[in-house]
Design a protein. Structure first.
Length: 257
């Protein structure tokens, strides 16, 4: 079995694969400080709760955009699972060509997503990841990745609203019944959700125009991606497991014989 870990700014998402089958996923909060022992004990307990035998884990791969948790997390995997994890970083085999001006600046999470999308859907493909940030990453038909857009995520926008305006409440992020809002909560929801839909449609349309890729496949992922994908024809596919699949694919490409 393979343990895959996607360390994001908000959560650490773990997935367990048996071969190519994703058996289960579970999460820990990223911002909670933990020692390697706390990570290890928590990880073993979450595996047990998901009916996974920790002794059956034979490999691990980690992609992280939060460097300060890596020492403790990697130490936990080594000590409690007796595995040396593969880290997604510069020099790893990806199967794509990174043509950005400074490849080292590209986050491991984006590498994982573009590898998965190109492997699963071919190119040209545009990957939208609705996470803490909303990212738009383009892979050409011949597997080149060098174009990407980074925008504030929908949750960041929401937190900015209720954090900076004293009279605005903290709300659930969901599509309201109508864009014609008549009270504060639904007016905020309308602005957040429909604003994100409008941004998505414009950026996708403009990228198709400037690249000339009218046949561009648009794939969305990320926790809040489903809300947006259900409301616009600009997105062709919503793939909730894209990042986990990308970690598995990268592990297989880099696994020692």
């Amino acid at each position: 079995m393979l343990l895959a870990a996607d360390v994001g700014n908000t959560n650490i998402t773990f997935g367990v694969f048996a071969g190519k089958r994703l058996m289960t996923t579970f999460r820990m909060m990223t911002k909670t400080p933990r020692t390697s022992d706390e990570y290890g004990i928590g990880l073993r307990e979450l595996l047990r709760s998901n009916q996974v035998d920790a002794a059956a884990i034979r490999g691990a791969i980690v992609a992280s955009v939060v460097p300060n948790v890596m020492h403790a997390l990697i130490g936990a995997i080594r000590r409690y699972l007796n595995i040396e994890p593969l880290i997604v970083s510069a020099g790893i085999k990806t199967g794509i060509r990174i043509t950005a001006e400074n490849p080292k600046e590209i986050g491991p999470d984006r590498i994982v997503d573009v590898v998965a999308a190109y492997e699963k859907y071919g190119g040209p493909v545009l990957i939208l990841d609705f996470g803490t940030a909303t990212t738009y990453d383009l892979v050409t038909e011949d597997g080149r990745f060098g174009v990407g857009i980074t925008a504030p995520g929908i949750r960041i926008c929401a937190e900015a609203l209720w954090g900076a305006a004293a009279k605005l409440p903290e709300i659930e992020i969901k599509k309201p019944a109508s864009i014609l809002a008549r009270e504060t909560v639904s007016s905020m929801q309308a602005g957040l959700v429909y604003g994100q839909i409008g941004q998505t449609e414009y950026i996708v349309r403009q990228m198709k125009k400037e690249t000339g890729y009218e046949n561009l496949k648009v794939v969305a992922t990320g926790g809040l991606g489903r809300i947006i994908a259900d409301e616009t024809d600009a997105i062709d596919v919503y793939d909730s497991t894209l990042t986990m699949e990308g970690l598995r694919i990268l592990y297989e490409k880099n696994r020692k014989a």
